[in-house]
Design a protein around this ligand. Structure first.
Ligand code: PEP
Length: 255
């Protein structure tokens, strides 16, 4: 992690877990544990938990994000939530293109690009997820695949707007499986993504961009993964549902 030039960010992704009352309880438990963090601490929570999360985190160093948003501002899109709504609530971050959205909800690189642009227009910070499946890794196309996902997601996004983009490299085979990429694998792909950013924009933009690793990062492996120069933090699923474990990861990123 190169903390001298870019921000370390540890973000939780709660997925479809926790009710509003559970949200209040978990954030109250987390607050004192992460209060001394020397990195950004973000919790991306289900839409229905946002209000409870904002209230519970008020006055602390925990910022709140959403797990998705729509590509239009408003309209006939039953069941969807727009970034305009998120912004008015006080949400600061939104995850776009998580592999579970791609896998179960028909998300494509093109819709990821549309959602990302819409979120940036509302001044939300976007955590853009990219990553290969096990099959794609075995086919030897990881570099091409993450480059393509990154380029399409950032198509038509200005250099200025890209300052509000964080990329999470999340190998699909490591998400929720307990199988973590080795720190060398994480470093290799995060560095490839940084090169792609330099290619799209320039080296300053690439050097300044926070690139996280996500995929079974936990209290035990965080230190090693975060020791890598191109790994600027983590997107944390399972371990973000446990206050103690999450705080250990936050401490690892604060070093
Ligand atoms: C995620 O949901 O983005 C994730 C990385 O999950 P987990 O940490 O559980 O693998």
């Amino acid at each position: 992690m190169k903390k001298t030039v870019r921000e370390a960010i540890i973000a939780g992704n709660w997925k479809m877990n926790k009710t509003p009352s559970e949200t209040k309880a978990l954030i109250s438990e987390m607050k004192p544990l992460v209060s001394g963090a020397d990195c950004k601490v973000v919790l991306c929570v289900p839409f229905v938990d946002i209000d409870a999360a904002l209230n519970a985190s008020a006055g602390s160093n925990i910022e709140i994000g959403a797990e998705n948003c729509h590509f239009e501002k408003s309209g006939a899109f039953t069941g969807e939530v727009s970034p305009v709504m998120l912004k008015e609530m006080g949400v600061k971050y939104v995850i776009i293109g998580h592999s579970e959205r791609r896998q179960y909800f028909g998300e494509t690189d093109v819709t990821v690009n549309k959602r990302l642009k819409n979120a940036l227009e509302e001044d939300l910070k976007v955590i853009l997820c990219v990553g290969e499946t096990l099959e794609q890794r075995e086919q030897g196309i990881t570099a091409e695949l993450v480059a393509m996902q990154t380029k399409i997601a950032l198509f038509d996004v200005s250099k200025e707007a890209a300052k509000n983009v964080i990329i999470a490299y999340e190998p699909v085979w490591a998400i929720g499986t307990g199988k973590t990429a080795t720190s060398d694998q994480a470093e290799e792909v995060c560095a490839i993504i940084r090169d792609v950013i330099a290619d799209i924009y320039d080296s300053d933009t690439a050097e300044g961009m926070t690139i996280q690793y996500g995929g079974s990062m936990n209290a035990k492996n965080a230190d090693e993964l975060l020791s890598k120069v191109n790994v600027d933090g983590g997107l944390i699923g399972g371990a973000s549902l446990k206050a103690e474990d999450f705080s250990i990861i936050v401490k690892a990123a604060s070093k």
